[in-house]
Design a protein around this ligand. Structure first.
Ligand code: ATP
Ligand code: MG
Length: 274
């Protein structure tokens, strides 16, 4: 998998929609850093600029002023072609309402973007089916999106977003359309993508159920950062998992058979959700 030691950095970003009397300032000087291996949550009231900010971070928009640097590459001044290449190679975007193609089967929804980046069809199908299995959707590979539950659709949307192995995952309200169980399952997948796989994960959400899953929280209001919290709770999570990994490693080294790392098996990320 692609790992990046480099963060995603937004510096003093300003963006206004429209002009003259129709001008709507969406971002009025936002700075933040999203780091590999952590989940950053962006929250704030409706209209505060969250989606706009996520679009800047995903090279979908450019700021009027300020800078965005995605894993070491500034987006400022890049041609449309290079911005598109940056999106295709570095960004996985998860949308609130899934944005799946209704005429394509589940595996084809994942394979289609791989086709765009030039992967051969056989390899794309194999990758798509492996991801479906990983997300507990192996038996839904040939289903169309409308034949899937909300939770299954969102898991499919996450699988599609990471199929090309991007170092950055950006998710706009990824759990808003889901019930608690499915919301937690999707949140856990996103957390694993950061913590276990070292990706940068940025979530925009109003969903308080996500809070235990995040490392840092940034609140924006009226296009400005008004609060930054963390990493108190998450650090302790990270610390806990580091400690348990150390304990496991020591047990394994001392020949204690109670669950050394060699005994661990990677199962599907999700096995039995509707
Ligand atoms: N395409 C657009 N044209 C003009 N104004 C826009 C456009 N998109 C967003 N805006 C305005 O920019 C501001 C920020 O919008 P944005 O969509 O980033 O907010 P948000 O925090 O994601 O809101 P929500 O929680 O409702 O999704 C709002 O005032 C919005 O009306
Ligand atoms: Mg929004």
């Amino acid at each position: 998998m692609i790992q990046t030691p480099e963060s995603l950095i937004v510096e003093d970003a300003v963006l206004t929609y429209g002009k003259g009397e129709f001008a709507t300032p969406a971002l009025r000087g936002v700075s933040l850093t999203a780091k590999p291996g952590e989940v950053l949550l962006i929250r704030g009231p409706s209209g505060s600029g969250k989606t706009t900010l996520l679009q800047l971070m995903g090279a979908m928009k450019e700021p009027d002023k300020g800078k965005v640097s995605i894993c070491g590459t500034p987006t400022t001044g890049l041609s449309q072609k290079r911005l598109r290449a940056m999106r295709l190679n570095r960004i996985g975007f998860v949308f609130q309402f899934f944005n799946l193609l209704s005429s394509l089967r589940a595996w084809e929804n994942i394979a289609a973007p791989l086709d765009i980046i030039g992967m051969d069809r056989g390899a794309a199908e194999k990758r798509a089916k492996a991801l479906l299995a990983e997300f507990g959707l192996a038996d839904r590979a040939d289903h169309f999106p409308k034949q899937l539950s909300g939770g299954q659709r969102q898991r499919l949307a996450v699988a599609r977003a990471i199929a090309h192995d991007p170092p950055v995952i950006l998710a706009d309200e990824p759990t808003a359309a889901l019930d608690t169980e499915n919301g937690q399952a999707v949140a856990q997948i996103l957390r694993d993508l950061a913590v276990k796989e070292g990706r940068i994960v940025v979530l925009v959400s109003h969903d308080h159920r996500l809070e235990p899953m995040v490392d840092r929280e940034i609140t924006i209001e009226d296009g400005r950062v008004v609060e930054e919290r963390g990493p108190a709770r998450p650090k302790s999570n990270a610390l806990r998992s580091t400690l348990s990994a150390l304990i496991e490693a020591r047990r394994a080294a001392s020949g204690d058979g109670r669950g050394g790392s060699g005994a661990r098996q990677e199962g599907p990320r999700i096995s039995s959700l509707s």
